[in-house]
Design a protein around this ligand. Structure first.
Ligand code: C2O
Ligand code: CU
Length: 475
């Protein structure tokens, strides 16, 4: 499996990532769309002096521009497709009007090259979300199409932070020439194993991300894993870090152990970090999966300045305000669904149904389909299940494969109520759950958003190779 091997020679000194707060508030209903163009571009992903990489980008930048909105307000984006293939935008984690969910062939027809599409929806939840194509996403995301959608809390909470900083982490698979390795797109080796793993890690599109901080500040860090398939294990080598939201939804603040956090593809975490080290210090941000420690960026303290707050910060930090989710789970009256994950290299799957036909594994491989959910590979005309609106649904996910999977549900957030048959007592409301090999998890949610919603593995090669289905919530 490709490791993140590119050498890190230089540190810091690159462009800043800090986002000033206090942006003008959007109007409640936007009259004019914000144009967002998907097209070819170039980005310097390697050390200074190395070649730029030919990518596909939103508005020519990597990552795409941060789209900010206020909770309860409208987002109005006009996608313009300047790519050589059709595309869509999916707003990952937003409890959205189904017609705006951006899933090609399920909620809309893909936007052809040269075409436009208006996405117009209100954002019910404050938090950290992201957007990416939902048509050939295994290729389009790998080429650089993604960005954050940040929904600001409606109340004054934003003023509780001195800085609000987003970090988008991606692993790119680049050849020796610094260009995206195209020969391996749609490669069965990746599709049947872990997915497309990159060899070059960037934070905010940069080889080394430098985040200037000042002693005494309290900062909000928003992390997002946009890798096609890599489960990131990040370490922020700094004390006093708390997780305050997962997948955009607030959680009771919990201190990070040793600055270590795991994010599977699609997942986000919001952190609060108190700048308690000495002036002039640095704190490394490293990626430590596969036993290596790869320097990806750092927090750099101002050498002289210090921020004095009139009132001391509450410790531990206060929780973020709740979002208006349906959290009232009726587990006793739940509609129970089972979801068996099968297939892949070193798996037990002998056959699966694909486009209405039962095929042996050898024939499935020939069609690029090597994963199945409940014995079926790929999308079907009929949903996996239909729920009346307001119904509590439990899904028992069982991973009968030799690989981990990051299972993502559209249009809803769920609670993981059991892991391997044991109650979790988890307080998080997630849109993506990681299942280790042979692991099981039971999730529960209230099906309160009418429409057609996907369930798929967010390892995008697994999704493309069969690990995808959908459910329906009645109006
Ligand atoms: Cu972020 Cu269906 O995906
Ligand atoms: Cu998977």
């Amino acid at each position: 499996m490709p490791l993140l091997t590119r050498r890190r020679l230089l540190q810091g000194g690159l462009a800043l990532s800090a986002l000033a707060l206090g942006l003008p508030l959007a109007r409640a209903r936007a009259a004019e769309p914000r144009l967002l163009t998907a097209g070819p571009g170039e980005a310097l992903l390697l050390e200074a002096g190395q070649p730029e990489t030919r990518t596909w980008l939103y508005d020519g930048v990597s990552p795409g521009p941060i789209i900010r909105a206020r909770q309860g307000e409208e987002v109005f984006v006009r996608l313009k497709n300047e790519l050589p293939q059709p595309t869509t935008i999916h707003w990952h984690g937003i409890r959205i009007d189904n017609a705006m969910d951006g899933v090609a062939h399920l909620t809309q027809e893909a936007v052809p090259p040269g075409g436009t599409f208006d996405y117009r929806f209100t954002v019910p939840d404050a938090g950290t979300f992201w957007y990416h194509p939902h048509d050939r996403s295994w290729e389009q995301v790998a080429r650089g199409l993604y960005g954050l959608l940040i929904v600001e809390e409606a109340g004054p909470i934003a003023q509780a932070f001195d800085q609000d900083i987003a970090i988008v982490a991606d692993d790119w698979r680049l050849g020796e020439d610094g260009q995206i390795e195209e020969a391996s797109f749609a490669h069965m080796m990746d599709w049947s194993h872990a997915g497309r793993l990159g060899n070059t890690l960037t934070l905010n599109g940069q080889d080394q991300l430098d985040i200037p901080v000042t002693k005494g500040e309290r900062i909000r860090l928003r992390l997002c894993n946009t890798c096609n398939a890599r489960i990131l294990e990040l370490r922020i080598e700094h004390p006093d870090i708390w997780v305050v939201a997962e997948d955009g939804q607030p959680v009771p603040p919990r201190e990070l152990d040793d600055g270590y956090i795991v994010l599977s593809p699609g997942e986000r975490a919001d952190l609060i970090v108190d700048m308690t080290l000495a002036r002039g210090s640095t704190a490394a941000i490293t990626e430590v999966s596969a036993g290596q420690s790869l320097l990806a960026g750092q927090l750099t303290y101002h050498p002289a300045n210090e921020v004095q707050h009139v009132a001391p910060w509450p410790l531990p930090p206060r929780a973020l305000p709740d979002n208006p989710l349906s959290t009232d789970l009726d587990l006793a009256g739940a509609q129970a669904v089972e979801l068996l994950l099968e297939g892949g290299a070193m798996g037990n799957m002998a056959q699966a149904t694909y486009q209405g036909e039962t095929l042996a594994i050898r024939e499935l491989v020939g069609k690029g389909q090597v994963w199945a959910l409940n014995g079926t590979a790929g999308m079907t005309d009929r949903p996996l299940f239909t729920a009346p609106r307001g119904q509590t649904v439990t899904v028992d996910l069982r991973n009968d494969t030799a690989w981990p999977h990051a299972m993502h549900f559209h249009g809803h957030h769920f609670k993981v109520v059991e892991r391997n048959g044991k109650p979790t007592n988890s307080e998080a409301w997630k849109d993506t759950v990681l299942l280790e090999r042979l692991e099981s998890a039971k999730i529960a949610f209230v099906a309160d958003n009418p429409g057609k919603w996907m369930i798929h593995c967010h390892m995008l090669e697994h999704q493309a190779a069969g690990m995808t289905t959908w459910f329906k919530v009645e109006a």
